[in-house]
Ligand binder design. Structure first.
Ligand code: FO1
Length: 310
């Protein structure tokens, strides 16, 4: 079954890993948010791409979900000692990725080519594509002013009250090579349990992506369980945007796109409201605590997806 998954951040990476366990590698393409990308210490950092690739490669830090396992932070400590910016926790192994990505970018290679080569080196067999090779930085509009995404998320700990988001330059960005083709060839598209506002909306803002995804059977997995997120500020963002955070709110967020929606067993009572949006609900355990949980959720989602493929 040819599947395209849209992902960003730790929750998205976990379901991508589950799908990679459940499908032959040639059947899965993961399209990843790059709205979180930024330049830091002169380096090109692509946090969501790295989170997805490290997770698929079995290299991810099991505690944070981002960065690498068995990490040390000697370089960062040295930067801090010299009075440099130490707020973004770049580990020594992780720095190797950013150094090499930055070297390749400077010699003119595209982010999609670099990602392909890194995946090959890490033994990642599924196809991982950045949403675009063009920069589309997410700007978070807050009551304290406009903030670049990582300054909002890491430096300010997602504390400022959110008013909205801009994906700078999205209207002129081109989908990375292979993105539209993969969507057009997909038997179904899966939205991973990623933050709708800042992980999936940026991908859908790339010209052509939303329409290509909408043209396929499409199932989303809720990142909100019992009104809260497992990780990250999605629930806080919903509340600050004047919407009660819930699985139903996520289904409404994408209502014009979705055929099916997967919500957690603790939210089972919202299934009827989701059905009344014209979206078929599946109630399943969605909290991925272990690697086996990722595969089990992926298998449940794939079985559900199959019912939309004729
Ligand atoms: N997230 C944090 O909350 N604090 C950090 O210091 C941090 C460092 C970091 C380094 C490399 C990397 O690939 C990701 C990192 N993240 C960190 C996560 C990053 O901010 C992601 O953009 C978010 O997880 C949103 O997807």
């Amino acid at each position: 079954m040819k599947i395209v998954a849209l992902a960003g951040g730790v929750g998205g990476a976990k379901l991508a890993d589950g799908l990679a366990q459940a499908l032959p590698p040639s059947d899965l393409t993961v399209i990843v948010n790059t709205g979180d990308d930024f330049e830091h210490l002169g380096l090109h950092i692509s946090p969501d791409l790295d989170t997805v690739c490290y997770t698929l490669a079995g290299l991810a830090n099991p505690v944070t979900g981002w960065g690498r396992a068995d990490e040390t932070f000697h370089a960062l400590e040295a930067v801090r000692q010299l009075g440099g910016p130490g707020w973004f926790a770049l580990g020594d192994r992780d720095l190797g990725t950013h150094l090499e990505r930055t070297r390749r970018r400077r010699q003119g290679d595209r982010l999609s080519e670099i990602t392909r080569d890194f995946c090959r080196a890490w033994g990642v067999e599924v196809r991982v594509l950045p949403m675009s090779d063009d920069p589309v930085p997410t700007i978070v509009h807050t009551t304290e002013g406009d903030l670049p995404f990582q300054e909002y998320f890491v430096l300010r700990q997602a504390m400022p009250t959110v008013r909205g988001f801009t994906f700078l330059g999205a209207e002129n960005a081109r989908p990375a090579p292979g993105v539209l083709e993969a969507l057009q060839r997909a038997e179904a598209v899966i939205f991973c349990p990623s933050n709708p506002w800042v992980s999936l909306d940026p991908i859908l803002a790339i010209p052509g992506v939303r329409a290509a995804a909408a043209a396929r059977p499409l199932v989303a997995v809720s990142p909100i369980i019992g009104g809260q997120t497992v990780k990250g500020p999605a629930a806080k963002m919903y509340a600050e945007m004047g919407i009660q955070p819930s699985a139903l709110a996520v289904a409404r967020h994408y209502h014009d796109l979705l055929d099916g929606f997967v919500l957690d067993t603790v939210d089972a009572e919202q299934a009827a409201d989701i059905r009344s949006l014209g979206i078929r609900p599946l109630v399943a355990p969605t909290w991925m605590r272990s690697r086996a949980d990722r595969k089990a959720l992926a298998q449940a989602v794939l079985n559900f997806v199959q019912t939309f493929i004729n």
